[in-house]
Design a protein around this ligand. Structure first.
Ligand code: PT1
Length: 276
């Protein structure tokens, strides 16, 4: 079973999740992998480069992105999930917050549900539970279209932590086994640079609850603020943030540049213990 595999793989050391956007408007590669063949080629290249998980998204959640209909999302992702699950043993993750998409993606071969809304949208808790798959619960303040307008926290680490623990509690109440739950602070989702840095520094605290933690930092605009680099020039910054996340206890890094992060993980593992 894919879920057993993923959770067992996690026990062996940090994993890499490669990003596959099947969208016309994603922030770093919008429109590039829209066709099924292009999407498959890119996914298989990421597996070859060392991705353990491929995260397929049919709706951009970058700051300012507009929502898409369920049918549009299904049309984009289902052919890719079907083709990919026949072509690789890598875990296929579905990046969606819609109940209907979760259900259909699981039937098509997905092995992980990655929800930036933390299963808050209608029917999502029940739909995710019914799949029996592992779930990644992410924190977001607001919604993608407006989340960067004026994010505010009294204590960002404490608030993100208590939100995620409450979502994990509700997920278990809905029938999702504790061992199938991952948490994610949601870097860049309703957060200023200061909030993102506080969360990265506070990662050990978030990792202290015996849930694997996923970190998505790759190419995000916090690197615009820190390095003034355009989105396709943020590899060095992404590697530095990724290594900081590993040091803070992250179990999965969600990245665009898989080969480079695999090298970083190998170096990190040689210095810090097994796997990589
Ligand atoms: C993430 C994530 C995700 N990020 C999980 N799923 C995105 N679990 C999509 C910017 O500041 O971190 N964790 N799915 C992409 N979203 C963003 C957010 C892209 C912010 C860019 C920015 O530039």
């Amino acid at each position: 079973m894919a879920s057993t595999t993923l959770m067992q793989q996690l026990a062996a050391g940090p994993l890499l999740m490669g990003v596959l956007n099947v969208t016309p408007d994603s922030f770093s590669d919008g429109g590039k992998w829209l066709g099924r063949t292009a999407a498959m080629d890119h996914a298989l290249a990421m597996v070859e480069a060392g991705a353990d998980i491929i995260d397929i998204g049919g709706e951009s959640t970058r700051p300012g992105a507009a929502a898409v209909s369920e049918q549009e999302e299904l049309d984009r992702i289902l052919p890719v999930i079907e083709a990919l699950s026949a072509a690789t043993h890598a875990v296929i993750s579905i990046d969606s917050s819609k109940a209907g998409v979760m259900t259909a993606a699981a039937a098509a071969g997905a092995g992980l549900i990655n929800d930036v809304y933390g299963l808050r949208r209608p029917g999502a808790l029940e739909a995710a539970a019914a799949t029996g798959l592992p779930v990644c619960l992410m924190h977001m303040q607001g919604e993608p279209r407006t989340m960067q307008s004026a994010p505010h926290y009294e204590d960002v680490v404490a608030e993100v932590e208590s939100f995620l623990l409450e979502r994990a509690r509700l997920a278990q109440a809905a029938g999702i086994d504790r061992s199938l739950i991952l948490l994610d602070p949601g870097f860049g989702f309703g957060k200023t640079l200061a909030h993102n840095l506080a969360l990265l520094r506070g990662l050990p605290r978030l990792c202290g609850h015996d849930y694997p933690v996923l970190a998505g930092l790759s190419r995000k605009s916090m690197l615009q603020a820190l390095t003034e680099r355009a989105v396709d020039e943020r590899l060095a910054g992404s590697l530095a943030l990724g290594q900081a996340a590993l040091q803070g206890g992250a179990a999965i890094l969600r990245v665009h540049d898989v080969a480079e992060h695999r090298d970083m993980l190998r170096v990190y593992a040689a210095l810090n213990g097994p796997a990589g």
